[in-house]
Design a protein around this ligand. Structure first.
Ligand code: PEP
Length: 248
């Protein structure tokens, strides 16, 4: 059976001291929880610290972004090979904050996913509509377009990718998609994956957008929700652990 994946996204938060306390608590809790996979996507400067703290545990390391380029004159960028050097297992690509504040296009997202896969890192490809797009009845069209960009990556099967549905209006706003709203979109994505690959049932589709200790169980019980991408609630050990417990 497919294990659920709970991935925390720390965004631009953390400090050496806070990270140490949080990761130590998570690692201690994970010793007794083997029913789902767990990862934390940390800011790049903390990759080495969290790699060392998580060494030998079930906590997987994730990055929040990866360069489209392999190497060279790209000041400030971090390549997939560099992430691999730190034992990074997953990388977020196409997070709405990257699409919104860094003008990342679907084509950029596809290139980044391709770079990650080539380095042996699983991309977590984020898709999701804005409030204006939802209100205009465009949710399906938007998420299908975003997923289509990564569905046929050169030399790779879509089953090597994790997909996260994150309605933009639910990210960091405290507004969660209802379990039914989320499942409806997940079913659309699953059908699109099924049309492209016979591996569709084993592709993990995460929900993200104000997932917390109180709403996780209901969201995670939906037929096509295979885990969560968790922002704010991943910064507090007790909250993140409650979400992990709901995914067991
Ligand atoms: C995210 O950053 O991917 C996210 C879902 O954030 P939050 O849980 O805070 O809405």
């Amino acid at each position: 059976m497919k294990k659920k994946l709970i991935a925390g996204n720390w965004k631009m938060n953390g400090s050496l001291a806070d990270n140490e306390a949080l990761v130590r608590a998570l690692v201690a809790g994970l010793a007794s929880a083997g029913g789902c996979d767990v990862a934390v996507a940390v800011p790049a400067p903390y990759l080495a610290q969290v790699q060392a703290l998580a060494q030998g545990s079930a906590l997987a390391l994730a990055a929040q972004d990866v360069s489209q380029h392999a190497a060279g004159a790209y000041t400030g960028e971090v390549s997939a090979a560099m992430l691999r050097d730190f034992g990074v297992r997953y990388v977020l690509v196409g997070h709405s904050e990257r699409r919104q504040f860094h003008d990342e296009t679907d084509a950029d997202v596809a290139t980044k996913a391709q770079r990650a896969l080539a380095a042996g890192i699983t991309p977590i490809v984020c898709v999701g509509e804005t409030l204006a797009e939802r209100e205009a009845g465009q949710t399906e069209a938007v998420v299908k377009r975003q997923l289509a960009a990564v569905i046929h990556l050169n030399g790779h099967c879509i089953s090597e990718v994790v997909v996260a549905y994150e309605p933009v209006w639910a990210i960091g706003t405290g507004k969660t998609a209802s379990p039914e709203q989320a499942q409806q979109v997940h079913a659309v994505l699953r059908a699109q994956l099924a049309a492209a690959s016979d591996q569709a049932p084993r592709i993990r589709l995460l929900y993200g957008g104000s997932m917390n200790a109180g709403n996780a169980a209901q969201l995670l019980s939906q037929a096509d929700i295979d885990g969560g991408l968790v922002g704010g609630a991943s910064l507090k050990a007790a909250d993140f652990q409650a979400i992990i417990a709901a995914a067991q």
